[in-house]
Structure formats: structure tokens, C-alpha cells
Design a binder for this molecule. Structure first.
Ligand SMILES: [Zn+2]
Length: 116
């Protein structure tokens, strides 16, 4: 459907289709490094001016010590310390998904703090 929108532009359809493939490919792998492997998680992420959320990759045993109720969690947002914990035994892909999920908690909490 997106390809249809490209018909009638300066370049021929096949050339545009090739460009589209390049765009789709690039969007599909935003966090991969040159060799095609997933990039490791960042150590910290800025969520605005002066708001730096740290990212710590930890063992499941450590996760239990910091999670409320001692649960085995894939990830945890620690609001008091502005810190996200991610289980190191997850695949890198799962770690990225977990980070995104915890960032969602972080964004909501921080936004509520800044705008009561
Ligand atoms: Zn959650």
C-alpha cells in the first residue's frame, strides 16, 4: 500500500520500490551494529533536561533482592534511584523489549512528578 503512493514520482516504480526496501530495512534494525548483531543496552537514557535514567543489567538473583516481594522479574523500574534493572539472562532482544517496558513506567512516573 505504501508502494502505491510512490507511483508517479520522478523515479520509476522499481527504483522507488528499491528505495522503499532500503527504508523498511533500516527501520527494522535501528539498534543493530555493523555486523548485524543487536547493540547492547545503553548505560543510561536521558528523558529530558536533568533527568537521567540509569540502566543496570543484573543477575536474576540480584533482581530478587531489589524487586518488591522478591519476585523474579525481567525488568524493574526503581523510581527512588531513577534506575532500570534488566535481567542479564534474557536474550538481547528481550532485554531491549524489557527496557522499553520499564521506560514506559519511568516516563509516566517522571511526567507525573514534573506535572502534578
Ligand atoms: Zn510493568
Amino acid at each position: 500500500m505504501v508502494a502505491n503512493e510512490l507511483v508517479g514520482s520522478e523515479n520509476g516504480p522499481s527504483q522507488e520500490a528499491g528505495k522503499l526496501q532500503e527504508v523498511l530495512k533500516a527501520e527494522d534494525v535501528p539498534k543493530r551494529v555493523g555486523n548485524g548483531k543487536l547493540h547492547k543496552l545503553p548505560r543510561a537514557i536521558w528523558l529530558g533536561i536533568g533527568v537521567r535514567v540509569k540502566v543496570k543489567i543484573v543477575t536474576p538473583a540480584f533482581m530478587k533482592t531489589v524487586s518488591p516481594g522478591g519476585h523474579e522479574l525481567d525488568g524493574l523500574w526503581d523510581e527512588a534511584n531513577q534506575l532500570i534493572y534488566v535481567d542479564k539472562t534474557l536474550t538481547l532482544e528481550e532485554q531491549w523489549e524489557t527496557l522499553r517496558h520499564e521506560l514506559l513506567h519511568a516516563i509516566i512516573d517522571i511526567d507525573h512528578l514534573e506535572r502534578p
